[in-house]
Design a protein around this ligand. Structure first.
Ligand SMILES: [Zn+2]
Length: 169
């Protein structure tokens, strides 16, 4: 009897754990592009088994050597700002990050060079030219992008200046 009760409690504990995890997991606009290890996001790409070319987002075939064997490849969370600009007008659809022109807030867009050499196009958390510098270390983070009909914030990935500029990727 006591055993049965313990098992029951364990099952409830497991369900509660899963519910808490679900509540803590931010809703992502494109879950196939990244993985969350706790709060730390990692970009998910693929790498050609034949020539080593890396792709983001993942690719099914290699445009460099025509190879068809591609394996999952983590691009990590840190890179260097290679080039950037500020998007200061509301983009046309399929952009759906603002309900109207009036809601639109300018945002930074940049290419961030990852440790493997691939340049990833990404939104930036900053849109202030005074705080962006080519070559600066950038870390991947999540940024609220819009709200779903149920009110839940939907997040996209974005790069922010790294706090600890000198730590390697
Ligand atoms: Zn290849």
């Amino acid at each position: 009897m006591a055993d049965e009760r313990r098992r029951g409690f364990r099952r409830i504990d497991k369900q509660t754990d899963q519910m808490v995890r679900n509540m803590q997991q931010p809703r992502l606009i494109a879950p196939h592009l990244l993985r969350l290890d706790g709060a730390l996001p990692t970009l998910l790409g693929s790498r050609c088994s034949a020539c080593g070319e890396v792709y983001f987002p993942t690719a099914r075939g290699c445009t460099r050597c025509c190879g068809t064997q591609l394996e999952a490849f983590d691009l990590g969370h840190r890179g260097r700002l290679w080039s950037w600009t500020v998007q200061d007008f509301c983009p046309k659809p399929p952009y759906d990050g603002a309900a109207s022109e009036a809601d639109f807030r300018p945002y930074g867009v940049g290419y961030v060079e990852m440790a493997c050499g691939l340049k990833v196009e990404s939104r930036l958390t900053l849109a202030d030219p005074a705080r962006l510098r080519i070559g600066m270390a950038m870390d991947l983070t999540l940024e609220a992008y819009r709200r779903d009909a149920d009110g839940t914030a939907v997040h996209t990935y974005a790069f922010q200046p790294a706090d600890d500029e000198d730590t390697p990727a």
